[in-house]
Write a protein that binds this ligand. Structure first.
Ligand code: PGA
Length: 248
């Protein structure tokens, strides 16, 4: 069964209600014919306004994180229930910036992922190695740990989206080559087959992320194991539509 490509934007801590609405209004007609699934993961405070702005279009609105508890004393966090109230379908989990700057661990990634799944929110689980780890030949070891611990207890892996984001490629303009991205994502798929089963692993959507843009998207998307992209910088611009229409 062919996997349906999935292009998701990650606005990070950018945009305002006004600039966000304007961009979505511009994107809407341009992504109308897209054959892939499309999402924009926006800052939590913009979710209600962006859901409204994207209504009736191909663009689904996602969150950039989600907490595992249903409610409670977790200052600054957001629950699945709160996201679902606005029809949020996706949540990025374990982005390298969360791991790097906010101390998120594979254990936390696991709890957030299980909570999202239990609430019918598709988790976009991010994994990836740092430059030092790649240079030390530790890429596979690092990814194995992130996948094993982060996805522990997941019953149906086909409900999870994986984003392979080499940390050294994020926001640096240094994209992984098509071959590097393909090779690593093929490794991730093989690992998923071992952790779960081969049939399911073949169905999992695996995105590439890290300086993916309107120019390099075609080459990356042509790789057999790359099913989509998680786009940071280029999702803040009209370029995002070009990436969504990578097959045109
Ligand atoms: P970038 O970010 O496209 O700006 O490199 C990707 C990401 O962090 O998801």
């Amino acid at each position: 069964m062919a996997r349906k490509p999935f292009i998701a934007g990650n606005w990070k801590m950018n945009m305002t209600a006004d600039s966000g609405k304007e961009l979505i209004a511009q994107l809407k007609p341009l992504v109308k014919e897209a054959k892939c699934n499309v999402a924009l993961c926006v800052p939590a405070i913009l979710i209600p306004a962006m859901v409204k702005a994207a209504k009736g279009s191909k663009i689904k609105i996602g969150a950039q994180n989600v907490h595992w508890a249903a409610s409670g004393a977790y200052t600054g966090e957001i629950s699945c229930e709160q996201l679902k109230e606005y029809g949020v379908k996706y949540a990025i989990i374990g982005h390298s910036e969360r791991r790097q700057y906010f101390g998120e661990t594979d254990e936390g990634v696991n709890k957030r992922t299980l909570a999202a799944l239990a609430n019918d929110i598709t988790p976009i689980v991010c994994v990836g190695e740092t430059l030092e780890e790649r240079e030390n030949g530790e890429t596979e070891k690092v990814l194995t740990k992130q996948l094993t611990d982060g996805l522990n207890g997941v019953e149906d892996i086909t409900k999870v989206v994986i984003a392979y984001e080499p940390v050294w490629a994020i926001g640096t303009g240094k994209t992984a080559t098509d071959e590097q991205a393909q090779e690593t994502i093929a490794f991730i798929r093989k690992k998923l087959a071992k952790l779960f089963d081969t049939k399911s692993a073949k169905k999992v959507i695996i995105q590439y992320g890290g300086s993916m843009n309107a120019k390099n998207c075609k080459g990356l998307m042509a790789q057999p194991d790359i099913d989509g992209g998680l786009i940071g910088g280029a999702s803040l611009k009209i370029d995002f539509a070009t990436i969504v229409n990578f097959d045109k």
